[in-house]
Each structure stands twice: as C-alpha cells, then as structure tokens.
Unconditional design. Structure first.
Length: 137
C-alpha cells in the first residue's frame, strides 16, 4: 500500500517514510546488513559495497526522498552539517588530504539508487581518481 501511494503522498504530505523495494530503506530498517559508522534520528552513514577510496561513506536520510528535488530543505541542511562532521572525522581517522562530496539526482545525472544520498569520498596523494568535470559544451 505504502509503495503504491508513495509518490503522490510524499510529494504532498510526506507521510510514507520508506519504500519497500529501496535498498537504502532496507538498510535503515535493518533488513540488510551494512557497516554503519554513524546513526541518529535523521540519518544513517555507512560504507557502500564498492568503496572507491578507503573511508568512502554514504550519508542517507532515514525518510525516503527520491532526489534533490524531493528532499525537505530542513533535512537537507542537517544532512550537509552531518556530512561536514563526517568528512572531518574521516580525514582525521584515515589521514586523507581532502574529500569530494558527490551527489546525483536523476537518471541522466547517473543517480545510482532511488533514495537521496551524499557520497563522502576521502582523497589521498596519488589515489588515481579524477572526479572533476571534464566535458565542455
């Protein structure tokens, strides 16, 4: 029931916190295991299955929001503050020299999961990653 009405209700009333087939919602509900490094009433932070660098984490709101266009502005602000704290903690713990904070909303932006999330990717000297934009019009 919740899954069928989710799009309508979430857009107008935001009453359905989870989607049944969403992997992140399953992690939040503890139906799927994850390596959780932080959790509070608002969000959960965990390592993705395929880390691209040591210490790479996802910051995920506990309520299901499809993307940047769907997420509540106050929740987004809080997620950014949590992301800053996590970035600082990761840099200190992993001795990283920087971080990239990444997000994609929508199919053509290469959104990988239908649940808003932020990637915190620690960076290291000579890590071989180039995550900066390259294409020009």
């Amino acid at each position: 029931m919740c899954n069928r009405l989710f799009l309508f209700w979430n857009l107008f009333y935001n009453v359905c916190p989870y989607m049944e087939d969403c992997i992140f919602c399953k992690i939040i509900k503890k139906e799927v295991p994850a390596s959780v490094s932080f959790e509070d009433d608002l969000c959960i932070v965990f390592n993705p299955l395929d880390q691209i660098t040591r210490g790479h984490v996802l910051v995920v709101p506990k309520n299901h929001f499809q993307d940047i266009f769907d997420i509540d502005a106050d929740i987004l602000k809080k997620l950014i503050l949590i992301s800053k704290k996590m970035a600082n903690d990761i840099v200190k713990r992993e001795k990283a020299t920087g971080v990239n904070i990444l997000h994609a909303s929508g199919k053509d932006a290469q959104q990988s999961a239908p649940h808003f999330h932020l990637h915190i990717v620690p960076r290291y000297p000579d890590d071989g990653l180039d995550l900066w934009l390259k294409n020009k019009l």
